[in-house]
Design a protein around this ligand. Structure first.
Ligand code: SAM
Ligand code: SF4
Length: 403
């Protein structure tokens, strides 16, 4: 039997080919927003002087072409999903979205039932634009509703109110076959009873998919400063736990159980794009600040692009791409990512795959210990998943297993 050398990348299996079902996807980042929300640390920028949108779309196409060229020596991949994230991609003109989708279809074979998602803000929804996105090929939208309460929307710095959120959902449901929306909970002063009422209403508006995030105070945001100055407090850990339990209870009862730590869907309606990430598939990431993972003949690469939109565009014009990092991952890094991403899923991971990637098995003593504490559970003889008890402390569980 040949020995597997630690730290050497394993022999490539190419996600998105017939030999590997983890999938291949394209992520497109649109880095502009109408206003910056005080809690947000995504790569999003406000440009009061306007944006040369078609110029940026052309740069996105150029960067896609660069990536396709880079992959030319590897077996052909099929695109399972395209995701326009942001920022606020619903500020893009539909022609810009069409140009990018057409370029993807020209550069790679696109699955006939490929999922093509666009993130939208309720305030940038108007029916004409949505129809344009649909005509461009978008078949799923993810709306940033965040709350159904006007005073909470104001606190979150959102540009829309409750009525606009509900109207945006109506237009989305009438236009796209698949609709999801995001809510942020664990807001200051939010009680489990109040969240129960708001979530129950959200579930009456929900179709097949919901993303429910606990408010995180991200460093270097206006919320971080206000929070540090004692201007508001987030719910204490016990209340946070109760809010989480209410979330699991209500979504499960409504037929949208958690399939990932923050994502809920009717069985079969999971977000295929995110599943590519969580299954450690490959994805090309284009646009300012976008990340990618790409398996090439020499191994698996982690890429990231310049974050400042104008600097990114200049780089693309000069070099054909805006990448600022392009690192080959070693086998430990690949295996750790597989663990971090896969354990977010309710169904968990195949431990044999971890062993193949890492060149060593997970520590059975640590597994037994975490199992005894009720934080993880075995599934069959090879599977491992994080329990509902374990999800609130997922990072600690993963850190313990990976150590
Ligand atoms: C990239 S944002 C995009 C969506 C769109 N720009 C919007 O805001 O409606 C993705 C989602 O992450 C969530 N999010 C962003 N910052 C967060 C934070 N600090 N805590 C919890 N959720 C957050 C929000 O629900 C948001 O809709
Ligand atoms: S609109 Fe979305 S991406 Fe833009 S600042 Fe707000 S949360 Fe961040």
């Amino acid at each position: 039997m040949s020995e597997i050398a630690i730290n050497e990348p394993p022999k490539p299996v190419y996600p998105g080919t017939e030999a590997d079902d983890a999938g291949f996807a394209v992520y497109v980042h649109w880095p502009f927003c109408a206003a910056k929300c005080p809690y947000c640390d995504f790569n999003s920028h406000v440009r009061h002087g306007g944006v040369d949108t078609m110029g940026f779309a052309d740069a996105l196409v150029r960067e896609l072409e660069f990536n396709a060229g880079r992959m030319a020596a590897t077996p052909q991949r099929r695109v399972r999903s395209i995701f326009f994230g942001g920022g606020t991609p619903s500020l893009m003109p539909p022609e810009a979205v069409a140009r990018v989708i057409n370029a993807v279809g020209r550069l790679w074979p696109l699955d006939p039932d490929a999922e093509i998602t666009l993130e939208a803000n309720p305030s940038s929804v108007e029916a004409g634009r949505f129809r344009g996105f649909r005509e461009a090929g978008v078949n799923r939208v993810s709306l940033g509703v965040q709350s159904l309460l006007d005073d909470h929307l104001k606190f979150l710095g959102r540009l829309h109110n409750r009525a606009e959120a509900i109207r945006a959902l109506e237009i989305a449901n009438a236009t796209f076959p698949r609709v999801s929306f995001d809510m942020i909970y664990a807001r200051p002063g939010q009680t489990p009873e109040a969240w129960r009422e708001e979530l129950a209403e959200a579930l009456t508006l929900a179709g097949e998919h919901l993303s429910l995030y606990q408010l995180t105070i991200e460093p270097d945001t206006p919320f971080a400063k206000l929070h540090a100055a004692g201007k508001f407090a987030v719910p204490d850990p016990d209340t946070g736990r109760d809010l989480y339990d209410v979330t699991q209870e209500l979504t499960a009862k409504a037929g949208l159980p958690a399939y990932e730590i923050s994502n809920h869907a009717r069985p079969g309606a999971e977000c295929r794009h995110n599943l590519v990430y969580w299954h450690s598939g490959d994805f090309v990431g284009v646009g300012a600040g976008a990340h990618g993972r790409l398996t090439l003949a020499e191994g698996r690469y982690a890429t990231s692009c310049e974050r400042m939109p104008e600097a990114w565009r200049r780089k693309v014009l000069e070099h054909g791409h805006g990448m600022v990092t392009d690192e080959r991952l070693d086998s430990v890094e690949i295996a750790d990512e597989f663990l971090v991403m896969g354990l977010r899923l309710a169904k968990g991971i195949d431990t044999l795959r971890y062993t193949e990637l890492a060149g060593r098995a997970l520590d059975t003593n640590r597994i037994a210990d975490l199992e005894e504490h009720g934080l993880i559970a075995r599934v069959g003889n090879r599977g491992l998943r994080v329990t509902m008890e374990g999800f609130p402390v997922l990072n600690a569980v993963v850190a313990d297993l990976a150590a």
